[in-house]
Design a protein around this ligand. Structure first.
Ligand code: CP
Length: 316
């Protein structure tokens, strides 16, 4: 494949290949020298029109660990403030010889526009578009689950995953629902009725309004941030009511099975969807998700750009 735009575009074979490649590359994270020459001479552009901490830094680290040249573009401080369009920004990057463009944009569908427009010849990777998709987040989440729940095998067959919170505004939830289903998991979305999207009936998931009924059966519980910045018509229920009914606290964590992991894509709002004691508990794999994100993004860039053998045994 040339682009990574949607988790739904990945077949089971595609997903397994990315996860097994990431597992090989993940070994580098534990080594003193973390670099491979696989993408030497290639250029990766990080094109971020919307704020990011984890994804932007993770793609930069991933590209650098594969010896690619990295150009970071942030909307703030760019000529976008002078009215420049996505098209002209893309043409500028193309003229600079980008091999891959990693794009985050507030508008759902912006990476698809870039990939299908003919403006750029490079591979386009969706790093989060509006409320639509965030496929590399789903891949790193699935990778983290397989390490804890499947002994590292690239499958989640029969595993029960609860995704909890503001599904309505979550590109992470949609990408996870699609990818986890592809990998054989049974996904339940738990949210108040006002925070489930129209059309969720067509997703390959169950839905529930009752967190306490769902999480004792789950193998992984993924908490989502309440995205108040995307709520223009008000937030229902109130923050206090939300935390009481849909927040993960110590009392609820005590109802989980012994092996169950707690996840969050970040950024977290401690005290809203997750309490600090849960976020910092031994069940929490939130920091590990970030580490795994670098390996998964290395795998994605490597597979899209068709670099030389990753050869983890032979780093520089
Ligand atoms: N999970 C995630 O996408 O985080 P950032 O917004 O910090 O990139």
């Amino acid at each position: 494949k040339r682009h990574l735009l949607s988790a739904g575009d990945l077949s089971r074979d595609d997903a397994e290949l990315i996860l097994t490649t990431a597992a090989e590359l993940r070994e580098l994270a534990d080594r003193p020298i973390k670099k491979l020459p696989a993408l030497r001479g290639r250029t990766v552009v990080n094109l971020f029109f919307e704020d990011s901490t984890r994804t932007r830094i993770s793609f930069e680290a991933a590209a650098k660990r594969l010896s690619a040249d990295v150009i970071n573009f942030a909307a703030k401080g760019s000529s976008l403030s002078k009215g420049e369009s996505l098209k002209d920004t893309a043409l500028t990057l193309e003229a600079m010889g980008a091999d891959a463009v990693v794009v985050r944009h507030g508008a759902s569908g912006a990476p698809h526009r870039l990939a299908n427009s003919g403006w750029v010849r490079s591979s386009v990777v969706n790093a989060g578009d509006g409320t639509h998709e965030h496929p590399t987040q789903a891949l790193l989440d699935a990778f983290t689950m397989t390490r804890h729940l499947s002994g590292g095998k690239p499958t989640l067959e029969g595993r029960r995953i609860a995704i909890v919170g503001d599904v309505l505004h979550s590109r992470v939830a949609r990408s996870n629902a699609l990818l986890l289903h592809t990998l054989g998991a049974e996904v339940t979305l738990v949210a108040p009725p006002t925070l489930l999207p129209v059309g969720v009936d067509s997703w390959p998931v169950e839905t529930s309004y009752d967190l306490d009924a769902v999480i004792p059966k789950a193998d992984a519980v993924m908490m989502l941030r309440v995205q108040r910045e995307r709520m223009h018509g008000g937030f229902f229920p109130t923050a206090r009511e939300y935390s009481r009914r849909y927040g993960l606290d110590g009392r609820r964590m005590a109802t989980l099975q012994d092996h169950t992991i707690v996840m969050h894509p970040g950024p977290m709002v401690r005290g809203m969807e997750i309490t600090a004691d849960v976020a910092d508990s031994e069940r929490s794999v939130i920091v590990e998700q970030v580490t795994n994100g670098v390996a998964v993004r290395m795998a994605v860039l490597y597979l899209l750009l068709g670099g030389s053998e990753p050869a983890v045994g032979g780093e520089e």
